[in-house]
Design a protein around this ligand. Structure first.
Ligand code: HEC
Length: 447
């Protein structure tokens, strides 16, 4: 596909709010296995690692937001019995980094992110040693252990809410439903600086995408779709209008506060747009989800750039298939040039593939000196847990010209979707994509 064609392909899907494609089948929960005793593998089990002294804090801070009764994970990990009976299993899943679910490498080889759900090597080793030592409990006095299980926004300025409850279908396991949220902002010049999703039915609400409309015409078109569907909201896989995604949330995620002093500009008087992926495997009940917002009247606006690569025609069991493309889209031509007197802060990335994706990487190169800048490295893609990842420190682009490369790998042997004959690029849940979004802010620098 030529550059022009690719650009228009990406543009077309982008303008239809491609982020709605995030949603799809949520992996069926496996039933808990019994813990089996570990065998010696040279880790050394003589140190005094106990549940009460070390492990509880690690599990509470990294697992319990999902692994608690009534939350999204299939079993709780909030008592000694729950954790110790699965010690070996837990050790294996944290060592392979299957849990906690995260898509970006946070080792520091390619930046560090504030919200990557990444256990330190030290914590992983502690869990392994503890499991090998037979998962000792230690002191039963947990009163001195402080944990931050539930976090919430420290200030709520505005609340969005579905106008009437929606009960997801019992026959469709994974359902995508869109809702207009009519609590528009009544003052001009405000930006969204943070949000917190309060799912109505915690068992079914799996992912949420919060967006804003780009024009009044899009609002009108969307109201027509909403009116045509007699139930609350309307069915919407594949995108319906030109919207800008301002918030992504997956079950187990806490509140999101954008980096200090930044926010997505909001248009006074326009409704918000929410897409919900419902998963009905644990039963359904009426859902009335709310989103709490934090607003700012002084925020530097966050903009979105993106990169993307064309998807080759793929057949099952043909190994790893790779695609790559160089070009940055969204601020003029495919090369980004920052003039003297300005700088650009890259504050977050959002890599996106569908289900057979296995690896992705995003990088920038500064043309003047060919300096390579790694933006994100996805070593093991997990479709169900994609997120926008915010850097611990923004990547600062000084004046100069930059080009970007997006690369993706697809595993046609292991990730293939049963029953699908071939895969091409597109918007459907069994089509593929290779996209990376980049959140940035522009700053004026003293000359
Ligand atoms: C963001 C939510 C979330 C967090 C955080 C999380 N889990 Fe999970 N976990 C799940 C869900 C959901 C499943 C069910 C399988 C799946 O969807 O991957 C699961 C499955 C598991 C499994 C079974 C894996 C298998 O082989 O099927 C283990 C063990 C586990 N989690 C341990 C942990 C531990 C230990 C932590 C913290 C270090 C943790 N999880 C953090 C959501 C989470």
């Amino acid at each position: 596909m030529g550059r022009g064609l690719l650009f228009s392909f990406i543009n077309k899907i982008f303008s239809r709010s491609i982020l709605v494609l995030l949603f799809s089948a949520f992996a069926a929960c496996k039933s808990p296995m019994l813990a089996v005793g570990g065998s010696g593998d040279g880790l050394g089990t003589n140190s005094q690692i106990t549940y009460s002294a070390q492990i509880k804090t690690i599990i509470d801070n990294n697992c319990v937001s999902c692994h608690a009764s009534g939350e999204i994970a299939p079993f709780a990990l909030d008592t000694y019995e729950e954790v110790s009976s699965r010690a070996k299993w837990i050790a294996d899943t944290v060592k392979s980094r299957q849990m906690p679910p995260s898509n970006v490498d946070n080792s520091g080889d390619c930046n560090k992110f504030v919200n990557s759900r990444w256990l330190s090597e030290e914590d992983i080793l502690s869990i392994e040693k503890w499991a090998l030592a037979g998962a000792p409990e230690g002191s039963k006095d947990y009163s001195k252990i402080s944990t931050g299980i539930r976090r919430s926004l420290d200030r709520v300025d505005h609340v969005l809410e579905m106008s009437e409850p929606y009960t997801p279908s019992e026959t469709v396991t994974d359902e995508n439903r869109c809702f207009l949220l009519d609590q528009s902002i009544s003052a001009p010049g405000l930006s969204l600086s943070g949000f917190e999703v309060v799912p109505g039915d915690i068992r079914t609400v799996h992912h949420i995408i919060l967006s804003v409309f780009n024009s009044d015409a899009d609002v009108i078109a969307t109201r027509a779709l909403d009116a045509a569907d007699p139930r609350s909201g309307f069915s919407c896989f594949g995108g319906i209008a030109s919207t800008t995604t301002v918030g992504l949330w997956a079950a187990g995620g806490g509140p999101v506060v954008f980096p200090e002093g930044t926010g997505f500009p909001l248009t006074q008087g326009r409704p918000f747009f929410m897409q919900v992926h419902y998963n009905s495997q644990n039963g359904v009940s009426p859902d009335l989800t709310k989103i709490k917002l934090q607003l700012s009247d002084t925020a530097t606006p966050i903009g979105i750039l993106f990169m993307g690569a064309p998807i080759p025609f793929m057949l099952p069991n043909t190994g790893i298939i790779e695609t790559s493309n160089t070009g940055i889209y969204g601020l003029g031509p495919t090369t980004l040039t920052i003039p003297v007197g300005f700088s650009v802060n890259i504050i977050a990335v959002f890599p996106h593939m569908h289900k057979i994706g296995s690896r992705a990487s995003m990088k920038f190169v500064r043309l003047e000196d060919q300096k390579n800048m790694c933006l994100a490295d996805v070593k093991k893609w997990n479709f169900n847990w994609q997120d926008s990842y915010f850097y611990e420190e923004p990547i600062v682009l000084t004046p100069g010209s930059y080009t970007g490369t997006m690369s993706c790998s697809f595993d046609t042997d292991n990730n293939w979707i049963p029953g699908v004959g071939s895969v091409v690029g597109g918007e459907g849940s069994s089509d593929e994509m290779c996209l990376g979004f980049i959140y940035y802010t522009i700053h004026q620098t003293p000359l």
